[in-house]
Design a protein around this ligand. Structure first.
Ligand SMILES: Cc1ncc(COP(=O)(O)O)c(C=O)c1O
Length: 452
């Protein structure tokens, strides 16, 4: 079996239970136009969907992609029979309450008993809201983020009309806080984005030092933990990484994406603010909505209007099944992902054919084939990547500064200051048991690439 099907068994009973809630209504003809051809069209859909990498399988070890937990899939599907809209309580009463509960559980995971927050379509929109708030509070001042921060921060700053400062990284892909201190002396930085779990390498910016600088300079601190946030529950982080997570609650805002490590279907990011009073910045009037209840409508504290209530329902159900608790089943899954990554990285580091710039902090591994120059290593990476895919192992590629690899010299004729590396996000707990098989294919791919 490749694809989980338990979802299909639990849906009918849930659907009947949902329908019972509306039993007092006069009956309607619930058939839909074209219903008789639905099965035929669905067959076509299934065939079209085959044109995908197998994100559900451990041999997909490339980008941050995997299917949601079956409970999320089932709850999302069930909610679409109602299709609630969490813009306002008018459109999604139950799902808005479920969103508030689920988001409060995420805030509590970071130690926040009070907060303001909501779900969004993803990490980009969630970060946009955090930087929009920062811009409202420090108008015209710069947003600063590291060179390894997600590129979205630079783009969002431009959308918001705010200047942006890129800070260099150390050879472990972490923000260079000495460079930050120098930039802060200019007095024009209003917000610093610290990334806990960079997209490329899973690196953790030095939060303690950034907090020390905040105490001195008074900037707003936003933590982008879109990918890495849930790892705060993992019990097997290094002491240094653990210390950073233990301080995350001191940030002014945090972004975490349930659609990355939170087992959710796409369309689920989350932004949190430590001080609920920033809600006043969102104040607006709507002639169309917010009239069914004097309770808070989520659209009153978010920039997006219509949003799928189904996302909140799926997240709520997932967190009921797998609470966000250290030592719980969900946390154990994250620990397995990190174990898989450390194990793969250690095995590669022990093999003279490979260069591993640093061990993974979370579950992303980056490595390059040893070669006489950065250019030759890059070409080799590209060939190995293709050869692995031919053998059914799907990896990713990343361009990293050549300075991350002290032993990799640039040829005199080589203008490259980056090297193309292999990258693997081992974000399925099953990956832990598949490291040997992944290495076997990688070994064969290396040889294929050598033969040309
Ligand atoms: C750290 C980080 N921030 C932001 C984003 C953007 O999130 P999304 O793709 O959900 O918009 C990503 C995506 O990988 C990310 O890893």
């Amino acid at each position: 079996m490749q694809l989980e099907k338990a979802t299909l068994e639990i849906l009918p009973a849930a659907l009947r239970a949902l329908e019972e809630g509306f039993a007092s209504l006069p009956s309607i003809d619930a058939r839909a136009p074209g219903q008789e051809r639905m099965a035929e069209v669905m067959q076509q859909v299934a065939v079209r969907l085959r044109d995908n990498y197998p994100y559900f399988h451990p041999f997909y070890a490339g980008q941050m992609l995997k299917p949601p937990h079956p409970i999320a899939r089932a709850a999302y599907a069930l909610a679409t029979w109602i299709n609630p809209n969490n813009h306002a309580l008018d459109g999604g009463r139950a799902s808005s309450v479920m969103e508030k509960e689920a988001v409060a559980e995420i805030a509590a995971m970071f130690g926040w008993q009070t907060h303001l927050g909501h779900l969004s379509s993803g990490g980009t929109m969630a970060n946009l809201e955090a930087l929009w708030v920062a811009g409202q509070l420090h108008p015209g001042k710069k947003i600063a983020a590291s060179a390894q921060a997600h590129y979205t921060h630079h783009r969002i700053s431009s959308v918001l009309g705010l200047p942006f400062a890129e800070l260099p990284c150390d050879p472990r892909g972490r923000m260079d806080t000495q460079a930050l201190a120098e930039r802060l002396a200019g007095g024009d930085i209003g917000c610093v984005v610290a990334t806990l779990g960079t997209t490329g390498t899973g690196s953790i910016d030095p939060l303690a030092e950034i907090l020390r600088l905040r105490a001195q300079h008074g900037f707003r601190l936003h933590v982008d933990a879109a990918y890495g946030g849930y790892f705060t529950l993992a019990g097997n982080l290094t002491a240094e990484t653990r210390a950073a997570y233990d301080q995350i609650g001191q940030a002014d805002s945090i972004v975490v994406d349930p659609h990355k490590h939170g087992l959710q279907p796409y369309g689920c990011g989350c932004v949190l603010f430590r001080d609920p009073s920033v809600g006043a910045l969102y104040k607006h009037d709507s002639p169309y909505t917010y009239f069914t209840s004097s309770e808070l409508h989520l659209g009153e504290i978010s920039l997006e209007c219509s949003r799928p209530g189904a996302s909140a329902v799926a997240l709520w159900a997932t967190q009921k099944l797998l609470p966000l608790a250290r030592g719980g089943q969900f946390a154990v899954g994250l620990e397995a992902c990190r174990e898989a990554a450390v194990s793969l990285a250690e095995r590669l580091a022990a093999d003279p054919r490979w260069l591993v710039p640093f061990l993974p902090e979370l579950d992303i591994v980056v490595w390059a084939p040893r070669a006489a120059s950065a250019r030759l290593a890059s070409e080799r990476s590209q060939r190995i990547f293709a050869a692995a895919a031919n053998r059914g192992l799907h990896l990713a590629l990343i361009r990293l500064p050549v300075g991350y690899f002290p032993s990799l010299v640039s040829e005199p004729s080589d203008s490259q200051d980056t090297v193309l590396c292999l990258r693997s996000v081992l974000m399925k707990p099953e990956h832990r048991e598949w490291v040997n098989r992944i290495l076997t294919i990688l070994d064969a791919a290396f040889q294929d690439a050598e033969k040309g």
